[in-house]
Every structure is written in structure tokens, then in C-alpha cells.
Write a protein that binds this ligand. Structure first.
Ligand SMILES: Cc1ncc(C[n+]2csc(CCOP(=O)(O)OP(=O)(O)O)c2C)c(N)n1
Length: 395
């Protein structure tokens, strides 16, 4: 069996004690390109300058999107949101390192990857509102988007289910001789799921071309990483499956991108899958339904605020003369304006999905039972137009 230690930058565990917050385990050294102050060895830079600036712009946009969506939820304008504040370098660095033919299997924090894959912002926002512009006809929870034209599958709410799905899709592509590598996202909590085992075991045995991206953000809702697993790191779990494992500074966009390129190249060359552990931190609550003050002291968060991936990449770009203060201000203002306009436009689309859409898309031809239910629904709406309005809970 090929040992992960044979695979270039991939390390093998020397063992070590369990516990400690993410970032402390030293038996699997963390791969970094950028220092905390944004400086980097010019010889280690692999992302062209223009692409790097564009990824920085997308990180800023992702942060503003998350902040706006949380505000909309607090104002009662959308029902739910789950974002990636603090994890932007992990999401964008991995997605940007893949090829357009590759399928992305998201967890639920990867909205920036959906937009990178070409999902139009208004379509994303219509899904948030579940209105007539929603391609899913309001059937999914808010922020459970899908964008098939960009090979971005539906967000997976049940923990871990997307892992074997990504493996199956890559297996199918290999059978069809298509050069596709799948990439799947999950949190460190999902590494305790049976689907994690199923997916990594099968992929390891069969050398399936999948890149497994664990966003180790330290928390699974209220459960800290050290109570999730006795393993010192997530990357070392690769050893048991006989696959490559790599531990990366998830707040270093350059490192995340380079490690994902390496993992993709291994997969495409038939050398099998890689488990990438991106060490990052969930700076805010799990979702808009969560208040982290109930279980996490703010002192635990402060050191990670100083490691925020956005100022770090900004310092890197500024240090290399690639981003001036004026450009930074313009980029922030443009993101704000784009968001404001898109939210205004999509909210103005007040219409709900067509009533018929509730019954369509299940069978090629509607069953008689569905036709009967559709007639009943039509009669109910005709008698009281408030029926079906989510703000109306019956009388
Ligand atoms: C099978 C299943 N069990 C429980 C839940 C409830 N749940 C939603 S998110 C979550 C925590 C997941 O944590 P992690 O995998 O670390 O991802 P993160 O939210 O940190 O990105 C849980 C337990 C679920 N969605 N599915």
C-alpha cells in the first residue's frame, strides 16, 4: 500500500496526545504559504496575480453577503441563514483550484463556491426567499441552493450524505472515461458520521478521484473539536483509509489553493483521493438559529479574529503592491452596491412559486391523488388567498 508519507507534502502521523483546539496538533505539520502578516516567499506563489485579486474580491463579497443575509433574517425578511464568516479562504481556495468539468458537492457554507461556479446572485437570493424566481419552487430550506449548470449539487442538510454521493459521481465519471474529479465539503463533525467512513473507505480501495475537503472550523454547533474525536488531527484519519492526507492552514488562501491543486492532480493521475484538513474557525454562530454565547466564551474567539483570512490576504496583496487603499474602498463599495440592488430586485419579485409546482416534478404524469389534492388546494386558495402565505399561520 502506498503510504501517505510517500506523497510529497503529505505527512504521516507520528502519534500524539488527543485534544486541543484546531491548529495545535503538531504531529501533522500545517502547510502554509503566507505568514500571519501576509508575507510569503515569492518562490512559493502559484496563483497568478489577477486571479488572486479576483479571489480576494470574492472573499470580501462572501463576507458582505453573509452579513447582509444575517441582517435580513433578523429583520424577518428571510427565514434562515448559514454562512462562512472566517472560512472564506477555505471555501474559495479549494473551489478555485478545481477545473470547470469537476463537480462540487457542497455541505452548507459554500455559497461563495456556487457564485464562483456562475450561479447568478439574483437566482441565489430568490432561493433564499422561495419566491417565483426560485429554481427549486420553495421546496428547500433557505440557503440550500443548487446550480447544475456550474456542476454545483444541492446543499446537503443531513450531515455527511454528500460524501458517498461525491465518490459515486467520480466513480461513474471514471467508468464513462470522463476526466472529472469530484470535490466534497464537510465539517469536522461530519468525520464522525458513517457516511464519512463509507465514502473514504470505498474511495481508498478503488482509488476514486475525489478530493475530500474537511473545513475544520473547531465546532459542530456547540460541540468543540476535542469532544468530536480523540484523533489529534483530522488529516491523520487518511492513514486508516490508505489515502493521502494533508493538513493545511485554512485561513491561508494561497496554501489552500496549492494543496487542492496537488490533491486534484493526484486524483486525475489515478493516484487516488486525498483528505484535506483545512484548519480554520467558525467566527460566528452555527446558523441564524444558534447563539454561541450560550456555550463558547468570547475569549476563545478573539485569537481567531486576529487570524481572519480576509485582512491576511489584503496585507499580502498590499505588500506586493497589488492592492491600493483606493482599490480596497472601491471593491468594498461595489460589493455593497451589487448586494443592495440584487436584494431590492429579488424582493420586488413578490410572487410565490405557482401552486401547481407543489405537485409537479414528482412523477412524469401526475397521479390521480395529486390531481385531486391540486384541485383541493386551488379551492382553498380561492376561498382564502392567505392560504399558503408563510406569514399566515391559520386563524
Ligand atoms: C444526520 C444529521 N444529524 C444531525 C444534524 C444536525 N446538525 C446540523 S449541522 C450539525 C453540526 C455539523 O458540524 P460540522 O460537521 O463540524 O460542520 P460545521 O457546521 O461546523 O460546518 C448538526 C449536528 C443533521 N443536519 N444531520
Amino acid at each position: 500500500m502506498r503510504r501517505p508519507s510517500d506523497l510529497g507534502a503529505v505527512r504521516r502521523s507520528r502519534g500524539g496526545s488527543a485534544g486541543g483546539p484546531p491548529g495545535e496538533g503538531d504531529s501533522w505539520p500545517i502547510f502554509r504559504v503566507m505568514a500571519d502578516d501576509g508575507s510569503a516567499d515569492p518562490a512559493a506563489l502559484t496563483v497568478p496575480d489577477a486571479e488572486l485579486k479576483e479571489l480576494y474580491r470574492r472573499m470580501v463579497f462572501s463576507r458582505q453577503l453573509d452579513e447582509r443575509m444575517i441582517a435580513l433574517q433578523r429583520q424577518g425578511r428571510i427565514g434562515f441563514y448559514i454562512g462562512a464568516i472566517g472560512e472564506e479562504a477555505t471555501v474559495l481556495g479549494t473551489a478555485a483550484a478545481m477545473e470547470p468539468a469537476d463537480w462540487i458537492f457542497p455541505c452548507y457554507r459554500e455559497h461563495a463556491a456556487a457564485l464562483l461556479r456562475g450561479m447568478p446572485l439574483p437566482v441565489f437570493l430568490a432561493q433564499m426567499l422561495g419566491n417565483a424566481g426560485d429554481l427549486q419552487f420553495g421546496r428547500q430550506m433557505p440557503c440550500h441552493e443548487a446550480w447544475a449548470p456550474g456542476r454545483f449539487t444541492s446543499i446537503s442538510a443531513p450531515i455527511g450524505t454528500q460524501i458517498p454521493q461525491a465518490v459515486g459521481a467520480a466513480w461513474a465519471s471514471r467508468i464513462r472515461k470522463e476526466p472529472m474529479v469530484s470535490l466534497v465539503y464537510f465539517g469536522e463533525g461530519a468525520t464522525s458520521s458513517s457516511d464519512f467512513h463509507t465514502g473514504l473507505n470505498f474511495a481508498g480501495v478503488n482509488k476514486i478521484p475525489t478530493v475530500f475537503v474537511c473545513r475544520n472550523n473547531g465546532w459542530a454547533i456547540s460541540l468543540p473539536r476535542e469532544k468530536q474525536t480523540a484523533s489529534e488531527t483530522i488529516a491523520q484519519k487518511a492513514v486508516a483509509y490508505g489515502i493521502a492526507g494533508e493538513r493545511v492552514d485554512g485561513n491561508d488562501l494561497l496554501a489552500v489553493h496549492a494543496a487542492t491543486r496537488r490533491a486534484r492532480a493526484r486524483a486525475a493521475a489515478g493516484e487516488g483521493p486525498t483528505l484535506l484538513e483545512c484548519v480554520t474557525y467558525r467566527l460566528e454562530g452555527h446558523s441564524t438559529s444558534d447563539d454561541p454565547k450560550a456555550y463558547r466564551p468570547s475569549e476563545a474567539v478573539e485569537p481567531w479574529r486576529k487570524k481572519d483570512p480576509i485582512p491576511r490576504l489584503r496585507a499580502h496583496l498590499a505588500g506586493r503592491g497589488l492592492l491600493s487603499d483606493e482599490e480596497e474602498a472601491a471593491l468594498q463599495a461595489a460589493a455593497k452596491e451589487e448586494l443592495q440592488k440584487a436584494i431590492r430586485d429579488v424582493e420586488a419579485l413578490a410572487a410565490k412559486p405557482a401552486l401547481e409546482s407543489m405537485f409537479e416534478g414528482v412523477y412524469a404524469d401526475m397521479l390521480w391523488q395529486q390531481r385531486e389534492q391540486l384541485e383541493e388546494a386551488r379551492a382553498a386558495v380561492a376561498a382564502d388567498p392567505r392560504v399558503g402565505d408563510p406569514r399566515h399561520h391559520g386563524s
